[in-house]
Design a protein around this ligand. Structure first.
Ligand code: FES
Ligand code: FES
Length: 170
């Protein structure tokens, strides 16, 4: 299904002459957007498509809260222009589960009590998903390495690692 959306969010009205048409394929659906050229992928997802599951933390590539998958690989969406994501398959936290079922990773995060405030969790789940796509049985060290760029202030990481391990051993 194709949707056309014209954008006029206040944050983006400061460069009205530099708008570009961007086509994004997000969670299997294609969107045509008219955006200021410097709109980040994170802004396009949250402000223009309403996909607010992807969080903004630092806004400069340091916290991982904004992680989405681009062709199965994790990227910091705050560091990419939306136009750079054209012709790629973008997966956000909203696309991780079907309407009926949580992704096994989401279910494991709940079962293991890996979620506290929750702010970092969408990004961490997307990173974990990318890891399991390329390495279905990662070691504890590989999990730690994979999520090193996803900062969490609450959990101490142990429950998150256990949850990912539980899925990887299934
Ligand atoms: Fe993108 Fe922190 S918001 S890395
Ligand atoms: Fe609060 Fe991770 S659960 S920042």
């Amino acid at each position: 299904m194709l949707r056309s959306i014209e954008v006029d969010s206040p944050r983006q009205l400061d460069s009205p002459r530099q708008r570009v048409t961007v086509t994004l394929r997000v969670n299997g659906q294609e969107y045509h957007l008219l955006l200021p050229a410097r709109t980040t992928l994170l802004e396009a997802l949250r402000e223009n498509l309403g996909l607010t599951g992807t969080k903004e933390g630092c806004g400069k590539g340091e916290c991982g809260a904004c992680t989405v998958l681009l062709d199965g690989r994790p990227v910091n969406s705050c560091l990419m222009l939306a136009s750079q994501a054209e012709d790629h398959d973008i997966l956000t936290i909203e696309g991780l589960s079907s309407q009926e079922n949580l992704d096994p990773l989401q279910a494991a995060f709940i079962a293991y009590g890996a979620v506290q405030c929750g702010y970092c969790i969408p990004g961490t789940l997307m990173t974990a998903k990318a890891l399991l796509l390329i390495n279905p049985r990662p070691s504890r060290e590989q999990i730690q390495e994979a999520i090193a760029g996803n900062l969490c202030r609450c959990t101490g990481y142990e429950k998150i690692i256990e949850a990912i391990q539980s899925v990887s051993s299934q």
